[in-house]
Design a protein around this ligand. Structure first.
Ligand code: AN7
Length: 354
């Protein structure tokens, strides 16, 4: 009997990816993430179908793995000596994992004190060299762009075109699962790579005759870190959602063009709305995401409350796992109830005594 081995995104979508000489042998099992219905959101919004794309189920717990596997495979083709990235955490974890897998040194420059614990733990365990700068993500990106001018040092941020090529595979999976593109796609926007990548994917599939339509793109930035909503970069982005604390998105132009072409929008969501969506996803849907990932759901609820026209089928992209950021989860949830180790005491603290 032949066992079928789950392939990664390169093998599954090779014809749409930039590998002229066949698939490189690199995967940690990225892609193939669940797409699940969200009846709670259908009830709340009146939309016939609301689907959640659980990108936290990727090997390192975020959507970044899709782009990183392609970027690192291309870096190997180019005889990379080192990979380098700036990151709010998830790019770093993905770069470090694929760097480890490929046997290439990885350097990650992160903003000091604002990288979620799970992301740092992963990145360190994968053996990356981590530099924490006393500044923002935007400072870190400026620095790594310059370091990447050195021989053999490959920048694996989403300004690396291969990253977005890999990330577009998420759009393919959605169409493959639903039979066509949804009417609207909701997702958080930080460096604005993912929204651009989805657009590439949906357009590519339509051009290949695999979908009849492309979705309206609905991107959401945190209110205190919303340069694309304000229309200018900001020096000091502020949000609890550290993944998207970015003041000058590197993919601004491509993302804005994609949004316009889709007849879509980039809007701001308040902190409280993101926190509500973060808890709602966990407590009523059993889906534990990191807080940035809840921005798309917060945006969906905000638009419906504003009375916007109702699409029939929407997908919310949940970009990262809740395990990435245990500190926020512990802050936003109930403390355990302390009790001595006996039945009566536990019964009493539960309020179950007769
Ligand atoms: C969970 O890891 O920028 O708009 O350095 O981690 O494509 O940047 C992360 C971004 C959304 C925003 N959700 O995506 C990084 C980084 C999560 C994220 C985004 C990020 P882009």
């Amino acid at each position: 009997m032949t066992l079928s081995v789950p392939a990664g995104v390169i093998e599954r979508y090779l014809e749409f990816l930039p590998f002229a000489d066949g698939a490189p042998d690199l995967t940690i099992g990225e892609g193939g993430t669940p797409l699940v219905r969200a009846p709670v959101l259908e009830d709340r919004t009146g939309i016939r179908e609301v689907w959640l794309k659980l990108e936290g189920c990727n090997p390192t717990g975020s959507f970044k793995d899709r782009g990183m596997v392609v970027a690192v495979a291309k870096a190997l083709e180019a005889d990379a000596r080192a990979l380098i990235c700036a990151s709010t955490g998830n790019t770093a974890a993905a770069a470090a994992a694929y760097g480890a897998r490929a046997g290439v040194m990885t350097v990650c420059v992160v903003p000091h004190g604002s990288t979620a614990a799970g992301k740092l733990a992963q990145t360190r365990m994968f053996g990356a060299r981590v530099v924490a700068v006393t500044g923002t993500f935007d400072h870190a990106l400026t620095i790594v762009r310059q370091l990447a001018e050195r021989d053999g040092v490959i920048l694996v941020n989403s300004v690396n075109p291969h990253r977005l090529e890999g990330q577009k595979t998420a759009a393919f999976e959605i169409v493959d699962a639903l039979g066509d593109a949804p009417d609207e796609l909701y997702l958080p926007v930080g460096n604005a790579g993912n929204i651009a990548a989805y657009w590439r994917g949906f357009v590519g599939y339509r051009e290949a005759g695999r979908a009849t339509q492309t979705p309206v793109l609905r991107g959401f930035q945190a209110e205190g870190a919303a340069p694309m909503v304000l229309g200018h970069p900001i020096d000091d982005p502020v949000t609890q959602a550290s993944a998207i604390r970015i003041g000058n998105p590197a993919n601004w132009e491509e993302a804005a063009a994609a949004c316009d072409a889709s007849d879509g929008s980039i809007e701001a969501v308040p902190e409280a709305a993101m926190a509500d969506a973060y808890r709602l996803l966990a407590q009523e849907m059993g889906v534990f995401v990191e807080s940035a990932s809840a921005a798309g759901v917060a945006g969906l609820l905000q638009r419906r409350a504003g009375g916007s026209a109702s699409p029939e089928r929407v997908v919310c992209v949940l970009t990262g796992s809740g395990l990435k950021d245990p500190d926020t989860a512990l802050r936003e949830s109930d403390d355990p109830i302390a009790a001595p180790p006996d039945l009566d005491a536990v019964t009493r603290v539960l309020g179950w005594s007769d």
